[in-house]
Design a protein around this ligand. Structure first.
Ligand code: COA
Length: 260
């Protein structure tokens, strides 16, 4: 499938999605959000995709936010619709994918850009990256899950301060707060992410999907993460991956997982 605002590349079961609106610092307009949804959906449906890396084109920005020009004259109803639809088709969608998604934060990740990085399963930043939720400086609040996921990742007090001050943090600060897992020189960012993807790919894809589901369950209303974990744990025992993993261990060889 061809897209206007994103690029999709596949190499050895690792897919890379690059948001490609460099002249607008990769700001998320409606079409980009829809294209990202389609691309993630297509990759998720292909069992050959084992890890997705999401990044921005150019050296300046991951994503500098939702496209301000697009929503500047919205009504209350349109604002609600924008946030609800975006959360549904992109932000919650990515968080709940079975395939691991790594955000390679290669520059500014602001507003919707940081919200998108936070919806990914974890984040690696380049040393020049800057992150923030500056929405209150525009008279609005984060609407793509930022008020929920930022406190989950860095704690309530720090999230309150970041959101209220509309300030940006450096990648080193983001690392100290637990917002990103690693900081690497920009030129090494993609290879570093691919290295982590390779480590993930040595393991059972089914077990990884179950782990994502169980971890996410803790943050869902009306769900008990411990119960989800118990059920998901039990289901693993019916899989070929479990048979292969345990047999390979006992036979002192490397497991070859099929994801069945
Ligand atoms: N929405 C729409 N367009 C955006 C954008 C956004 N969130 N962020 C950047 N752009 C556009 C700029 O309007 C500019 O377009 P133009 O050349 O047609 O005028 C282009 O991207 C380059 O941005 P510019 O502001 O000139 O770059 P800079 O290096 O001076 O500043 C930022 C970089 C990231 C500090 C600045 O672009 C910025 O503050 N962006 C908005 C961040 C924001 O508030 N995001 C939250 C939105 S909810």
């Amino acid at each position: 499938m061809s897209y206007n605002n994103i690029l999709v590349a596949k190499e050895n079961s690792i897919a890379t999605i690059t948001i490609n609106r460099p002249t607008k610092l990769n700001a998320l307009n409606t079409e980009t959000i829809q294209e990202l949804h389609k691309a993630f959906q297509e990759l998720e449906q292909n069992p050959e995709t084992r890890v997705v890396i999401l990044t921005g084109s150019g050296e300046k920005a991951f994503v500098a936010g939702a496209d301000i020009a697009e929503f500047a004259d919205f009504s209350v109803e349109e604002g609600v619709q924008l946030a609800a639809q975006g959360q549904d088709i992109l932000f919650n969608f990515v968080e709940n994918l079975k395939t691991p998604v790594i955000a390679a934060v290669n520059g500014f990740a602001l507003g919707g850009g940081l919200e998108l990085a936070m919806a990914c399963h974890f984040r690696i930043a380049s040393d020049n990256a800057k992150m923030g939720l500056p929405e209150v400086s525009l008279g609005v609040i984060p609407g793509y899950g930022g008020t929920q996921r930022l406190p989950q990742l860095i704690g309530k007090g720090r999230a309150m301060e970041m959101i209220m001050t509309a300030g940006m943090v450096t990648s080193d600060d983001a690392y100290r707060m637990g917002l990103v897992n690693h900081v690497v020189p920009q030129a090494e960012l993609m290879d570093f992410c691919k290295g982590i993807a390779q480590k993930i790919m040595r393991n059972s894809p089914l077990a990884i999907s179950s782990a994502i589901k169980s971890i996410n369950s803790n943050y869902k209303d009306g769900e008990n993460g411990f119960e989800t974990e118990i059920k998901s744990f039990g289901k693993c025992f019916a899989t070929e991956d479990f048979k292969e993993g345990t047999t390979a261990f006992l036979e002192k060889r490397k497991a070859v997982f099929t994801g069945e």
